[in-house]
Design a protein around this ligand. Structure first.
Ligand SMILES: C[S@@+](CC[C@H](N)C(=O)[O-])C[C@H]1O[C@@H](n2cnc3c(N)ncnc32)[C@H](O)[C@@H]1O
Length: 416
């Protein structure tokens, strides 16, 4: 049975650690973290050792110091000490670990995850502590952050005699899941954040709609489950409630889910509603900011939203409200001097926007631009006066933003 592995938890064992250098410090830290009862003997000490225990003897180690210790760790690196201990072991029942000398060890340290009371121990059987630590860290990623609190609540239930295995399994699956609201920017893969890119490549399930470009969908790995939740006009789109239910369905199975959102998830993206439902359902979430069309759509068209001397600020508005109703409350902003107004979801409501603006006395020659499919290979930009805007939009495909203000002049300047 050479090198057989027996994972054990030591209870009420006294350990003697010999040595006061860096290696001893590392072992002392492991012992201390695991709340072990240990004494250190050495002539000189690394100062940090004093934070690990108050049972410290400043002296040269002698065999008689072993006394009633049964577990000895030799971290001196001194072959003479190791030799003495190996000889001693032939007569007396001790378990010995000579650090970094696997052939002299009765036991090895395993790489442990630091989530007491839950612990995962990984051993390479002395072959490579580095490999053991690598896999320990991979295991660590599986453990939810608040596992200690969860286990405490489970302990309380157990103390009251409550053991509900199916319920616990459900709770654990839920804890393993994570939902990401991923801002996917304008459609160009190179405009994704590094975080968004990594998440898209690593999750189990991806939910996307028609605003997510084919180029971005092309980087989703083949084996990832891809679910379309919104389609272009004329086709059925899932309601927000259906989308939320779908996300929860996969989260409850312990899956990692990325809900891909165009631009930034919190800019007219209904990210807040999706997030609230998930938080309410106790699902771990992360919002990944994205490049919003409201600013970068303009940049892609060479329109600097706050060019000095042209605009001292800008507003971002939506022409759509809940239930597809038209929002024209923002039109007053078009009167504001030195101000840029960026309108999202306005392309299909141009007629009403122009009519209402002119009725409210906005100058018919007010400068406007339509930027469609910003950052994508089929990006198109037209500039126009307010009065002519609808006519200019004839061949424009969604998605598009409307930009109102003097800064629109820069499009021609920057694009020749
Ligand atoms: C539901 S909103 C989402 C906005 C998004 N969260 C953002 O920050 O850009 C959809 C609107 O964003 C705008 N949009 C999104 N992607 C665009 C793109 N590549 N080019 C132009 N407009 C875009 C359009 O106005 C579209 O109707």
């Amino acid at each position: 049975m050479k090198n057989a592995t027996l994972p054990i938890l030591l209870k009420n064992q006294k350990i003697l650690l010999i040595g006061g250098g860096k290696v001893a410090l590392q072992k002392a830290q492991v012992l201390s973290h695991n709340e072990m009862d240990f004494t250190i003997i050495a002539k000189t000490f690394n100062d940090e050792i004093f934070f690990t225990t108050n049972k410290i003897l400043r002296k040269s180690f002698k065999l008689k110091d072993i006394g009633d210790f049964h577990i000895i760790i030799d971290a001196t690196g001194d072959p003479k000490v190791a030799k003495k201990l190996v000889k001693y072991k032939k007569k007396y029942p001790i378990l010995l670990n000579v650090v970094d000398k696997p052939s002299l060890c009765d036991f090895y340290f395993m790489a442990l995850t630091p989530n007491l009371p839950l612990q995962i121990a990984v051993s390479s059987n002395g072959a490579s502590p580095t490999a053991a630590k690598f896999f320990r860290d991979e295991c660590q990623k599986l453990i939810p952050k608040d596992i200690a609190a969860y286990l405490q609540s489970k302990q309380k239930e157990r103390d009251r005699g409550i053991i509900d295995v199916p319920q616990t399994q459900k709770e654990l699956l839920r804890q393993q899941s994570k939902v990401f609201l991923v801002g996917c920017g304008l459609g160009d893969v190179e405009l994704l954040t590094i975080r968004a890119y990594k998440i898209i490549q690593s999750v189990d399930v991806v939910l996307y709609d028609h605003l997510i470009s084919d180029e971005i969908m092309a980087i989703v790995p083949k084996e990832t489950l891809k679910l379309s939740v919104g389609k272009q006009k004329g086709f059925h789109s899932k309601s927000q409630e259906e989308i939320n239910a779908l996300i929860l369905h996969y989260a409850h199975q312990g899956k990692s889910v990325a809900r891909l959102k165009s631009g930034d998830p919190f800019v007219f993206g209904r990210g807040a509603e999706e997030l609230s439902d998930l938080i309410h359902a106790n699902i771990e979430t992360e919002v990944i900011a994205g490049i919003s069309s409201s600013i970068s759509g303009c940049a892609s068209a060479g329109i600097p939203v706050t060019a000095r001397g042209y605009a001292t600020g800008f507003s971002v508005v939506s022409a759509h409200l809940k239930g597809n109703s038209l929002n024209l409350d923002w039109i007053e902003l078009l009167h504001k001097p030195n101000h840029t107004v960026v309108v999202l979801m306005g392309l299909s409501r141009l007629k009403e926007i122009v009519k209402a603006s002119i009725a409210l006395g906005v100058a018919p020659n007010k400068l406007c631009a339509i930027v469609s499919n910003a950052s994508r290979p089929n990006q198109k930009v037209v500039t126009s006066s307010l009065a002519n805007l609808e006519h200019c939009a004839k061949d424009i495909e969604p998605p598009a933003i409307l930009v109102f203000g003097d800064v629109v002049k820069f499009h021609t300047l920057f694009n020749g």
